[in-house]
Design a protein around this ligand. Structure first.
Ligand code: GDP
Ligand code: MG
Length: 461
């Protein structure tokens, strides 16, 4: 799937003149096939095709030969934008607010991952300082309350439910009222799912909604649902209007193309992706990686495109950087720039886990913390370099080291203390910057080799 698309894209790069034939017959056809294979709705794919064509038409009709490269860029961009547009309905989802109760209700068919996702959500908001709890309003499935009890206990989240009460509406209302009184901030109501869309289920959803008046109802969708997503999400939208979608099991084989149909059919944004069975396996949704995964392109491709984009914007600087990478001579300034690039690309964990060589490099930075914690830490390290002099920034970092006669570091120079003082950081943190810079310089040296990433980067340009 991805290979096909990649070959289509490189075909575009190789084509001496980008004429209408290459674009329309080659590239768009491959992309169309890739999307259809990933279970994206046929009508949506047709629309995408039409939009891309309309966008690139003026560029194609221009007779200016010098604009050829630009033409390619326009095509790349048009395709990218239209793909992102598929998963972005332009609607802001509800955001829980501190100091007040926020009632969130999960709906969806049985087995889609509601109960698991409810606990993941509680953990997510708990980490961000919200007082969280779960109400189990599933009286349909045997053992539903036990499942909530177990996972909520594991996550150290308060929960409410009953072994004897059989009316889900009563349980939901009681649980929410109790937790509101106890000043919980994120109150998550888990509901039953049934196996099929039945009128009984929808009636139950409506009644629970009327009873607890959720601030946000979330449709939980299994990534593998495929073409059925459209009808299913429409049916839920009609009876239990939801304001957000969570797509689960994105760690499996399914690429989640069906979810796109759900977004389009209901004009509702995806907010998170379930990426595993563990409590921490919940990723904030970002269009770019999702599309990459959908097309089987992977994030490495994303990184390279991002870098070639930067190269186009500033070719001279990129030449310098390439040289620095090749020689393994990376200045602290180069390090800072690379770090800023990486940070502009999306959640750190996603980037680092998918790029060889980057995981080890970033491990110390990201550690066990959340993406937000890692970004904060990284931003802080980057800020420290603001207190360095131009000479220090352009150096390989050895200025900061006391060296013995064999030029082996034996300690730190006074510069370290000055930078620490200037940036309000500790000596330890300045050392961390120097260490991170050295690690990246080493990776750069490895990548500069014949089969390294650099070669691939050049191929893309
Ligand atoms: P519910 O019936 O909608 O409440 O679904 P459950 O939460 O009970 O989940 C059904 C099954 O899907 C369980 O075995 C979960 O562990 C599994 N599951 C849920 N979310 C994910 C996910 O993101 N990835 C994977 N691999 N499994 C998941
Ligand atoms: Mg359940």
């Amino acid at each position: 799937l991805g290979r096909k698309l990649n070959s289509a894209l490189s075909q575009l790069n190789r084509a001496p003149v980008v004429d209408e034939k290459v674009v329309l017959d080659g590239l768009l056809k491959e992309i169309t096939n890739a999307l259809l294979e990933a279970d994206v709705n046929v009508k949506l794919v047709a629309t995408l095709r039409k939009q891309v064509k309309a966008k690139v038409k003026p560029a194609l009709e221009s007779t200016d030969k010098a604009k050829e490269v630009q033409r390619k860029n326009i095509i790349h961009r048009a395709i990218h934008d239209e793909l992102v547009h598929l998963v972005d309905p332009g609607v802001e989802p509800y955001k829980p607010k501190k100091g007040q109760p926020n009632v969130i209700m999960a709906v969806g068919l049985q087995g889609n991952g509601k109960t698991t996702t409810c606990t993941k959500l509680a953990v997510h908001y708990q980490k961000r300082g919200f007082k969280c709890c779960i109400v189990c309003a599933d009286t349909f499935r045997a053992g539903a309350f036990d499942q909530t009890r177990q996972s909520a206990t594991k996550a150290k989240v308060h929960f409410y439910g009953s072994y004897t009460e059989t009316d889900p509406v009563a349980i939901a209302a009681e649980g929410v009222a109790k937790f509101k009184k106890e000043r919980f901030e994120v109150i998550i109501v888990d509901t039953s799912g049934r196996h099929r869309q039945e009128s009984e289920l929808f009636e139950e959803m409506k009644q629970i909604q009327a009873a607890v008046k959720p601030d946000m109802t979330i449709l939980v969708l299994d990534a593998s649902i495929g073409q059925a997503a459209e009808a299913q999400s429409r049916a839920f939208k009609e009876s239990a209007d939801f304001g957000a979608i969570i797509v689960t099991k994105m760690d499996g084989h399914a690429k989640g193309g069906g979810a796109i149909s759900a977004v389009a059919a209901t004009k509702t944004p995806i907010i998170f992706l379930g990426v595993g069975e563990h409590l921490g396996d919940l990723d904030r949704f970002a269009p770019q990686p999702f599309i990459s995964q959908l097309l089987g392109m992977g994030d490495i491709q994303g990184l390279m495109e991002h870098m070639t984009d930067l190269a186009r914007q500033n070719p001279d600087r990129q030449k310098e950087m390439t040289k620095a990478f090749e020689e393994g001579k990376l200045s602290i300034r180069d390090w800072r720039e690379q770090m800023q690039n990486i940070m502009s690309m999306g959640p750190l964990s996603k980037i680092t886990s998918k790029i060889p060589g980057m995981a080890g490099l970033m491990e110390g930075l990201a550690g066990e913390g959340t993406d937000e914690e890692a970004s904060t830490r990284l931003k802080r390290l980057i800020c420290i370099t603001d207190s360095m002099t131009p000479a220090e920034l352009d150096s390989d970092g050895m200025l900061f080291m006391k060296l013995d006669k064999d030029r082996k570091p034996i300690g730190l120079t006074k510069r370290v203390r000055r930078v620490a003082k200037g940036s309000g950081a500790s000596i330890r943190e300045v050392e961390e910057v120097l260490m991170q810079h050295r690690m990246m310089a080493n990776v750069a040296k490895q990548m500069g080799g014949k089969n390294g990433m650099l070669q691939a980067l050049k191929g893309m340009g």
